[in-house]
Design a protein around this ligand. Structure first.
Ligand SMILES: [Zn+2]
Length: 457
């Protein structure tokens, strides 16, 4: 009853007021609402969703006895459960479907109602307000409007907040750059790699003063942030963490106190499971408000940790660290557990490198090859680049480099022209070809001859 009053109230409030209430709600009240809505969601899906009804019955789970996530034991919703039979999750007639971009080949379908979209727009408008967008701001919405979700959701948010906007979609950044002065945009929304391309154009042709660049859908390379701030004459760079399955943003960056995310723990119950000694594990969430296709303990495959304590900025609610990578991108190779973040750290601060990179693991006979593909702008300077990469690797990951020194694996650095590594929307950072047929091709002996096409899955 209490939560339905709050939810109804939130639907009608201005985004700034929703943000204000959210900021002020003390942690015990948030925890109470989270647990209450979790119980309600479990009972609801057990009644209305074929998938959950059958899964609970199979495992002998009594929904009425579930009070906390732990009461579900090792039950989780896997991404494969959605791809196998998305309609089994549907509890009420949907009005719209979105599909994930599908780096793994099979797209996941997620359904929403019109009312849910409006509600997500309201919350995202509150999130944009928290990240610094005011009523006077003019917004270029350059998130993708195709099968997946961010452009559309940002549009619902902008319609709710009433900001002047242009719904560009993910067009050629030059088209947006040409219109920046004409429409006097102060905020640009887009994927990090797209924002980087836009900033490259502005660096060559002259930047304008922007207030905010807001990215999502993948992490922003840390080196790119001060560069973007400089090119756009003081613009702040903020990120959101969302996905098609989340239907909005679970994480957002309203403050500069740390480089991770504040979490929306009013709409989601987040957990980190199978954590290592450092607290990093897989992020799992339960949706707390959705009614067409709620998800219970959905495994995101993203690796992060939940940060303890309150943020110095004073905002309530849970916080998560910057993503360490995808769980399915964790590769056990070269004598250790290798994450994308390791290579991001190694490449950080090396002059002459563009922002895209990819590591490919291959076998040549029995010998393991770690092939680090990077993009570099200038001709020459190849030795300097390689020396810098090896030096950073030795300084930061001595164990990895010790394994190299003693011959556990070979390492190669392959330099590509800027903008050539990425041919798909998402670039898989760690590609393990050791046990796939591609690794056996003769071309593997000469990495310089590889078509970049083969590096994408
Ligand atoms: Zn904060």
């Amino acid at each position: 009853m209490l939560t339905s009053i709050i939810n109804t109230f939130a639907d009608r409030m201005a985004p700034a007021a929703v943000a204000g209430v959210y900021n002020a709600m003390p942690q015990p009240a948030l925890a109470f609402l989270r647990n209450h809505n979790f119980r309600r969601t479990v009972r609801y899906v057990a009644k209305h969703s074929r998938f959950y009804r059958q899964a609970f019955a199979r495992r002998g789970i009594d929904p009425a006895a579930v009070h906390r996530p732990q009461d579900l034991g090792d039950f989780y919703t896997m991404p494969e459960d959605i791809t196998a039979d998305p309609e089994a999750f549907i509890c009420r007639p949907p009005s719209i479907v979105f599909e994930s971009s599908g780096t793994s080949g099979k797209n996941k379908q997620v359904y929403y109602s019109q009312r849910e979209l409006v509600g997500i727009g309201q919350l995202m408008a509150a999130g944009l307000h928290l990240m610094g967008i005011g009523p006077e701001d003019r917004v270029a919405n350059c998130f993708d409007f195709s099968m997946w979700i961010p452009g559309m959701l940002a549009h619902y948010a902008l319609m709710r907040s009433g900001n002047f906007c242009m719904a560009f979609g993910k067009v050629d950044p030059l088209e947006v750059y040409r219109r920046m002065r004409q429409y006097n945009f102060s905020v640009v929304l887009g994927e990090p790699t797209w924002l980087i391309r836009l900033t490259e154009i502005a660096e060559r042709q002259g930047g304008v003063k922007l207030k905010l660049l807001i990215g999502g859908a993948e992490e922003m390379p840390p080196d790119a942030i001060p560069w973007m701030t400089q090119v756009w004459q003081g613009a702040k760079v903020r990120m959101g963490y969302g996905s098609v399955e989340l239907g909005g943003s679970l994480g957002y960056q309203p403050c500069s106190a740390f480089d991770g995310y504040h979490m929306d723990d009013f709409n989601y119950l987040p957990e980190v499971i199978e954590a290592g000694a450092d607290g990093y594990g897989e992020l799992v969430f339960t949706t707390l408000q959705r009614r067409v296709m709620p998800l219970v303990r959905y495994r995101t495959r993203d690796v992060t940790r939940i940060l303890p304590g309150l943020c110095p900025c004073g905002r309530q609610g849970m916080r998560m660290a910057r993503l360490r990578g995808r769980r399915d991108e964790l590769v056990v190779a070269s004598g250790g557990n290798l994450y994308p973040l390791m290579f991001e750290n190694i490449l950080r601060g090396i002059p002459g490198l563009a922002h895209d990179w990819q590591v490919v693991f291959r076998l040549e006979g029995v010998r393991e090859i770690l092939e680090l593909n990077v993009e570099a702008a200038g001709e020459g300077g190849r030795d300097d680049l390689e020396n810098a990469i090896y030096r950073h690797a030795r300084e930061q990951y001595p164990d990895l480099m010790k394994n190299l020194a003693i011959g556990i694996f070979d390492m190669r650095i392959v330099i590509h022209r800027p903008g050539t590594l990425r041919v798909a929307r998402k670039l898989k950072r760690m590609l393990d070809l050791r046990y796939s047929p591609v690794a056996a091709e003769p071309a593997a002996a000469d990495p310089a001859c590889h078509s970049t096409e083969a590096l994408h899955v």
